[in-house]
Ligand binder design. Sequence first.
Ligand code: AMP
Length: 385
Amino acid sequence: MSILVINSGSSSLKIKIFSDIDTPAIVHGNLEKIGEEHSALHCQFAQNKIDKQITCADHREGLEQFFTVLKDNNALVDITAIGHRVVHGGEDFSQPVKIDDNVIATIEKNIPLAPLHNPANLKGIEATMYMFPDVPQVAVFDTAFHQSVPEHAYRYAVPESFYKEQKIRSYGFHGSSHQYVSKEAARILQKPTEQTNLITLHLGNGASVAAIKNGKSIDTSMGMTPLEGLIMGTRCGDIDPGVLLFLLQKYSHDELDKILNKKSGLLGLCGSNDMRDIEAQNTEQSRLTIKMVVHRIQKYIGSFYAQLPELDAVVFTAGIGENSKLIRKLCCENLAHLGIELCDEKNNNVTCGEIQSSQSKVKILVIPTNEEMEIARQTYTLINV
Ligand code: AMP
């Protein structure tokens, strides 16, 4: 058996092929700049690597060329199912689903909630449905894992009709990552997932925190859009809505959208969206930026801790969480009174596993995320029931 996982972005495609659901992908592929004059296709196989420039007008052409490369390398045999990452399932999906016309129509219905992502995800689905009409295809939603968040946590205090008529509420994202690392954490802690209480910190270019009670998400930092919450690579995270009203007097809606999503966060503060650069800068401004990032993370640790009956572990994952010893150290600083205490030596040496001190009541874990493996697992489980 093989499970093909497709993550289709607005101008890019990422694919992975898993030969089973518990071992790393056997093929990693990446196609960037779809629709531009030259698109870059990279494919990593067990024995060889292919990098080439291609021309493709759209996602279907891109996937066709991808699949030609996969076929030429005997990687496209025995595809049992295809799992698609879909960003926004709105309130319609709390589980992965087999894709049919109704599911496609419902993903389309949710386009207003994710105008950039859902159309791109649909392009990938449509292209593979056309090319593999007989292979079952499954949609796995970024929002689904957070559908267990209770209403008092996901609602905004705006007029009631905004929720009833326009579905304005918090949805949360990075669900496959939070779900993957919470299951891995339970495995490391040797507890059943449904008895595990965690705070999971997905700290990448996009960043979010989730409070996990008995294996289920009960709160998360991202909101109706991925703009809320932590300070990210280029997104501002939490901000007084009054600031937006103030800025709207000067900037158009589109300009403000770009400022908050693409020009803020680390980039806006320090001129780079890469934490490695910011750590290396070591200037007054970069030190302030790091303090702001850590302050926001600690604010969420405190507020999510207060919602949990007890805390088994704080989990660090994604690019910054997995790699930045400095950010992990600063995030855990001065939290000993909450039972969270880091061991410097472990923090400096461990790439996956426990990094807390021997006195720490709460475990601190570094767990590399694997959203695609989670999608492959959910796809496999669904088609085998
Ligand atoms: P992701 O979105 O999960 O791929 O994370 C990407 C981000 O991780 C990059 O933009 C960097 O800011 C950050 N990152 C990766 N490696 C390191 C590192 N060694 N130290 C600090 N940050 C890192």
